[in-house]
Design a protein around this ligand. Structure first.
Ligand code: PMV
Length: 327
C-alpha cells in the first residue's frame, strides 16, 4: 500500500516562445542566465505530468508518453528531484508519468513545459507550498526557459543577480493581445546539440558580449511594444534579437548552425510580406523550424502563404496561453 503521507499530484504546463532570447548562463548548475528574456506561453500545446512520491521505491522512475525513460534524460530529472527533496528535507523517490500533446522535435521547446509541469506537480506531491516566484525559480533549475512557463500569458524572466532573484513574472495576461505563433515545421529530427550544451558554448563566441551589451534595451523595447500592441516595433526587436542569438551560435567554437536553407526561405519571405503590408515576423530557437508571429486578423493569409513555401511540412498554431496549474 502507498504511504498515506504522499498523494499523486498532476499538473499541466505549456511551452513558450521567446521573443527576447535566453542564451548563455552565468552559472550553469543554477541556470542563472546571462540576460533577461521575454516570452509568450503557447496555448493548446501542453505537457501533463503526474508525480507520486513513494517510500517503497528504490529509485526515481520516469514514463514519458508511455515509454520508460533511462540514461541522460532520467539523470536530468533525478538531479532536479534531488533539489526538490532537499527543499522538502525528505528522502523519498518518485514515480513520474508525463505526456506531451505535441511532437518532440517540432521546434517547440518541450523542456520548458516539461520542467514547469514537473516543478508544479513534484513540489505539491512532496508537501511544499511554493508561491509563483519560487515555483518559477524551481522550474528554472530544470530548464531555464521553464521558469517562463509558470506565470500566465506574456512573461518576463529577470536575469537577477543570484538564485533568489532570478525568476519570471507575467507582464500581461493571455487575452491582452491576439498574437498567434505559426510554428513552421521544416525538419522534425532531433537536434544534435541541445540547448543545455549550446548555452555552455555561448561565451566562446566573440559576438556574445555584443549581443549582451544591448539586450536589456531590447527587453524594454519588446515589453513596451507588447503592452502597446505595437506590431511594427515588436517585429523589429524580435527579429533583431533572434538574429543576434543565431550570430552568436554560428560564431561559437565549435559553431552551431541550426538553420537549414528552408529556414532562410521563410525568413526572407516573411520580411518581404511585411514590406508589402502583411504584418508578420519571425523568430527561431535552437533548431531550424521558424516561429512566425502575426496578429489574429492576418493569420489565415499568413498561414496560406507559409503553406506554399518549399519545405514547410506542417504548421502548428498557438494563441497566448495560461501559466502552469494543478489538474
Ligand atoms: O531552457 P533551455 O535550456 O531549453 O534554453 C532555451 C533556449 C532558447 O529556446 C533558444 C531561447 C529561449 O529563451 O527560449
Amino acid at each position: 500500500m502507498k504511504s498515506p503521507e504522499f498523494q499523486p499530484i498532476s499538473a499541466v504546463a505549456h511551452p513558450n516562445i521567446a521573443f527576447i532570447k535566453y542564451w548563455g548562463n552565468r552559472d550553469q548548475e543554477l541556470r542563472l542566465p546571462c540576460n533577461s528574456s521575454l516570452s509568450m506561453n503557447l496555448s493548446g500545446l501542453e505537457t501533463r505530468t503526474t508525480v507520486q512520491f513513494d517510500p517503497a521505491l528504490e529509485q526515481d522512475q520516469l514514463i514519458l508518453c508511455g515509454e520508460v525513460v533511462s540514461g541522460p534524460a532520467l539523470d536530468r530529472v533525478k538531479h532536479f528531484l534531488d533539489h526538490v527533496r532537499s527543499l522538502a528535507n525528505k528522502n523519498v523517490y518518485a514515480h513520474i508519468e508525463s505526456q506531451n500533446n505535441f511532437p518532440v522535435g517540432a521546434g517547440i521547446a518541450s523542456s520548458a513545459s516539461a520542467f514547469a509541469a514537473l516543478a508544479m506537480a513534484a513540489s505539491h506531491a512532496i508537501g511544499l507550498s511554493l508561491d509563483e516566484k519560487d515555483l518559477s525559480r524551481l522550474a528554472r533549475r530544470g530548464s531555464g526557459s521553464a521558469s517562463r512557463s509558470i506565470p500566465t500569458g506574456f512573461v518576463e524572466w529577470q536575469a537577477g543577480t543570484s538564485d533568489a532573484d532570478s525568476f519570471a513574472f507575467s507582464i500581461a495576461p493571455a487575452d491582452h493581445w491576439d498574437l498567434v505563433d505559426l510554428v513552421c515545421v521544416i525538419d522534425s529530427t532531433h537536434k544534435s546539440v541541445g540547448s543545455t550544451g549550446g548555452h555552455a558554448l555561448a561565451d566562446s563566441s566573440p559576438l556574445q558580449p555584443i549581443r549582451l551589451a544591448n539586450v536589456q534595451e531590447r527587453v524594454e523595447n519588446c515589453r513596451k511594444a507588447i503592452l502597446a500592441k505595437d506590431f511594427e516595433s515588436f517585429a523589429q526587436v524580435v527579429e533583431e534579437d533572434s538574429n543576434l542569438m543565431h550570430a552568436v551560435m554560428r560564431t561559437s567554437s565549435p559553431p552551431l548552425t541550426y538553420w537549414l536553407p528552408e529556414t532562410e526561405v521563410i525568413l526572407w519571405n516573411v520580411l518581404t510580406w511585411r514590406k508589402e503590408g502583411i504584418p508578420a515576423c519571425c523568430t527561431v530557437d535552437a533548431g531550424p523550424n521558424v516561429h512566425v508571429l502575426a496578429q489574429g486578423k492576418y493569420v489565415s493569409e499568413v498561414e496560406k502563404r507559409l503553406a506554399q513555401l518549399p519545405g514547410v511540412q506542417k504548421i502548428f498554431k498557438a494563441n497566448p496561453g495560461p501559466g502552469a496549474s494543478l489538474i
